[in-house]
Design a binder for this molecule. Structure first.
Ligand code: GLN
Length: 537
């Protein structure tokens, strides 16, 4: 078993997760089985209850774990199957240690950061290695070197690597080499200082990934090599990408990063075959078609809040050799200015998941526009609930129809909480989470797209379609095209007679990859292209 630890220096948001994931892509394509794992030094037990303003999207795994969005990159860039083991926060570590202490598990010893907290962290690396049966475990440490809260993790991986030996464990440090305009040059000092900080605690990185806006010339590489104590070839340039994050693996391959990793870890594997990956990039840079897709949400200003949704739309584009321009529309803007003005000229409309009342009426207006104007519509989770509310109000004439999430006293609760959920009060405990089976109606558009009748998709929601309304909806032409196997839960709906109007209670975006675009997104973009060419699907 080989281990790669990825740390970050100077500033956050350097794309450490993307770098780790891209290394995963390259190693997989050299024939290695790879697994990735993220350590987050904050004290929340998991990111499930954190606001998108704080932390971007919450990414959900098959087993229902709510995780950091970097795990989304890991799954999109590789074939790795992640579980609750693959994301560990300080909060979880301390909770485990303290619970064990309360249960008498330490037999009266003084419980300390070293060795008890560090042991708990190391245990998780072993668990991931054992469960995944991978050849290589890539562990990313969140935060920036120098943070107080990251120290136990760094100490834990230092000890771990020492025990494994130099050919079994290496450190990759992702750092920033800023361009100072006034001086007209790249500066290496922050990198030197951040590596010095790592060495102070006993970690010497073998590879430095230098994030920069301008090329690193030989002179600078030599300087970084000399003062950071890494070989010249191990100073790797990672410039900002021109078009897409999916270029990063190719960029790192050009810099021979995977060659270096393999030689340090004594892994004798052929070069990575990136032919199909290159074709993906070609479609992103020079696509045959182009469409504009509107996304109506309430965190539209935050680039990370709908990360997986934006990625899955891009994948839908890849599947159709189509470039997608995302038009991000603030739901409250629609309330102010109307849907016509803001949504005119789009090729398709998507309403993603969401919680809370703000912007709900704007989303309902947007869906009404898409339904009436025959604009392709894809609704995700809240997007399905909104489609149901809109249909109830404007087709069935059920005045004031709503979800009890937004209007607990509504006379027409078309979306409501199941009785079994009403009793749970603990945050994080009330949601339907993780992958569940869904049975598709044989004649549905969804079944055609999936090419299957039973699918497994990931959930993250509290509210459900209210079965008391099923018959009335069905009579008016609303199709329940996907149900839970017992028939009790509505998972997928569609409107026949509309070129593409599909909405799911689950989150298909979590299972889309550039090399395996999700069928619903593929169909959605195909419908947008068809609309553009005004030809029937
Ligand atoms: N707020 C809705 C619910 O809890 C939808 C959640 C979501 O879109 N993820 O059911």
């Amino acid at each position: 078993m080989k281990y790669i630890f990825v740390t970050g220096g100077v500033v956050s948001s350097l794309g450490k997760g993307l770098t780790a994931a891209s290394l995963g892509t390259l190693l997989e394509r050299r024939g290695l089985k790879v697994v990735l794992q993220k350590f987050d030094p904050y004290l929340n037990v998991d990111p499930g209850t954190m606001s998108p303003f704080q932390h971007g999207e919450v990414y959900v795994l098959d087993d229902g774990t709510e995780t950091d969005l970097d795990l989304g990159h890991y799954e999109r860039f590789t074939h790795t199957q992640l579980t609750r083991l693959n994301n560990l926060t300080s909060g979880r570590v301390y909770l485990n240690v303290i619970e064990r202490e309360r249960a008498g598990g330490y037999l009266g010893k003084t419980v300390q950061v070293i060795p008890h907290v560090t042991d708990e962290i190391q245990k998780r690396i072993h668990e991931v290695a054992a469960a995944s049966k991978a050849d290589v475990v890539i562990t990313e440490i969140g935060g920036t070197t120098g943070d107080i809260e990251g120290l136990p993790f760094l100490e834990a991986i230092r000890e771990f690597a020492l025990e494994q030996g130099p050919h079994n464990a290496i450190f990759v440090h992702v750092t920033y080499v800023p361009f100072i305009k006034a001086a007209g040059e790249l500066k290496t000092k922050p990198t030197q200082q951040s590596v010095a900080k790592l060495r102070e605690i006993g970690i010497t990185p073998q590879i430095l990934i230098c994030r920069c806006e301008k090329p690193l010339d030989k002179e600078l590489r030599r300087k970084i090599s000399m003062f950071c104590n890494v070989p010249f070839d191990a100073v790797i340039e990672e410039k900002d990408v021109d078009h897409s994050i999916y270029e990063v693996p190719l960029m790192l391959q050009r810099e021979r990063m995977d060659d270096l990793v393999c030689s340090l870890l004594h892994l004798d594997k052929p070069a990575a075959d990136m032919t199909t990956w290159r074709e993906i990039i070609r479609k992103l840079i020079a696509p045959a078609h182009r469409v504009r897709i509107g996304v109506v949400g309430k965190y539209i200003g935050l680039p990370d809040a709908y990360k997986s949704v934006y990625e899955a739309i891009t994948h839908g584009g890849i599947a159709n050799d189509c470039g997608v321009e995302l038009v991000k529309v603030e739901a409250e803007e629609i309330e102010r200015l109307g849907a016509d003005d803001l949504l005119k000229g789009l090729g398709g409309l998507l309403v993603p998941g969401g919680f809370g009342e703000r912007g709900i009426e704007g989303k309902i207006m947007a869906v009404q526009y898409a339904r009436e104007q025959k604009l392709p519509y894809l609704g995700l989770c809240l997007g399905m609930q909104i489609a149901s509310i809109e249909f109830a109000r404007n087709v069935l004439g059920l005045k004031g129809a709503h979800s009890t999430e937004f209007d607990p006293n509504t006379a027409q609760p078309v979306i409501a909480m199941l009785d079994s959920q009403l009793k749970v009060t603990k945050k994080g405990g009330t949601m339907r989470l993780g992958a569940m089976p869904c049975q598709l109606t044989v004649s549905s558009q969804a079944a055609q797209l999936y090419g299957a009748f039973v699918i497994h998709e990931r959930h993250r929601h509290r509210f459900e379609f209210n079965n008391a309304y099923r018959e009335r909806f069905a009579q008016a032409g609303f199709v329940f095209s996907g149900l839970s196997p017992d028939g009790q839960l509505v998972e997928l709906i569609e409107l026949p007679g509309h070129p593409f109007f599909i909405a799911s209670q689950f989150h298909p975006e979590f299972q889309s990859k550039p090399h395996q675009p999700h069928p619903l997104f593929r169909g959605f973009i195909a419908a947008a292209i068809a609309l553009l060419h005004q030809k029937p699907l």
